[in-house]
Design a protein around this ligand. Sequence first.
Ligand code: HEC
Ligand code: HEC
Length: 349
Amino acid sequence: MHNISRSSLMIGGALSLCWVAGMAAADTQLAATDAAGGDLAAMKKLYQRPTEIPFPADNPYTPAKAELGKTLFFDPRLSRSGVQACVSCHNPSFGWEDGHTTAVGENMLVLGRNSPTIINRAWGEIFFWDGRAASLEEQATGPITAPGEMNMPMDVLIEKLKGIAGYQRKFGQVFPGEGITERNIAASIATFERTVVSAEAPFDRWIAGDEKAISEDAKRGFILFNTKANCASCHSGWTFTDDSFHDIGLPATDDIGRAKIVPGVPELEYAFKTPGLRNIDQRAPYMHDGSMTTLEEVVQHYVDGGIQRPSLDPDMRPIALSDQEVKELVAFMHTLTGQDRPMTLPVLP
Ligand code: HEC
Ligand code: HEC
């Protein structure tokens, strides 16, 4: 999937390498606890963390570019009011979301959708809940100019940044001979975003062979996730998303999701992009409309199977789970949050 030529950056340096080296046996212990669990070792293999962050060939990583992108991401002067920054809605203290049901933009305007996380988007293939952007570069300038979000015309922003000596200097260093342009603003922000990777979580330590890293309940939850509960058919791989669109049968609203971007395909009505599940317990409320507040509530939705309608994904059907099994699935999801390193605030130029 990600085998095109790219530059890359080691995650966590030598530490993650040791992990791969240590990824040995110890996989079989739990197999006995669930006869229907299938081949646990093979299942676990699907969730190994990568050791490097991929960057596209046409926007390679440099530390100075990522640092500049971080500065822009945290700078409220990118908005018309001078109040909204990217970080207002993608806040590291809320798992890079904002804790709101749906986002609140310029002039306290309540927007239609929940702010998604920017964690692990280096591995993303398509962006926004409805997939209307094809890359992080393409995505980055959207919120700056969107009237509801930061409401800042691009030409006004470029002039404003040109008036700030520190930005002139930084852009000049990172993009010699080009300086402050829309493309370079987007390239810097996207590069910073790619460096935002979820920390190694207890789940990763278990995948790497540490049987004590997560509880027996959580291990059973992982097996349920991959078998009876069928979650992995959409929440797949180490970031727990297929980056694809599904109608999971939430109550219908005016928001038809992917169908607005790709009209005429009945299955795409009410289909939204599968969110990754890393750091999920920091990221409530859940869903594109922020309609669920707890992970128990989310699992109950899947147990019930969602609203029956033609667009409902064929992988959505009621699941017979006992209260104990619901508890195990939730326990498993809690193991996907690691100890994040504190995010330092950039000093703005
Ligand atoms: C007012 C709140 C708000 C601000 C400010 C904001 N965003 Fe967002 N962001 C959102 C919402 C809401 C969505 C989802 C919108 C949709 O899918 O239609 C989103 C989506 C995204 C996504 C897509 C994630 C994915 O997995 O698809 C990225 C990346 C992102 N924003 C980055 C940024 C950057 C960079 C900035 C600053 C230039 C920014 N955002 C400013 C609220 C905000
Ligand atoms: C058919 C594909 C599919 C299946 C099966 C599926 N999910 Fe989802 N999941 C999604 C999509 C799509 C969303 C976002 C839906 C929306 O907001 O409209 C989602 C949202 C979520 C969220 C909220 C994430 C967030 O950031 O808001 C959680 C948690 C979750 N799913 C867990 C599970 C669990 C646990 C299972 C198994 C019991 C499961 N999912 C099965 C596709 C799926």
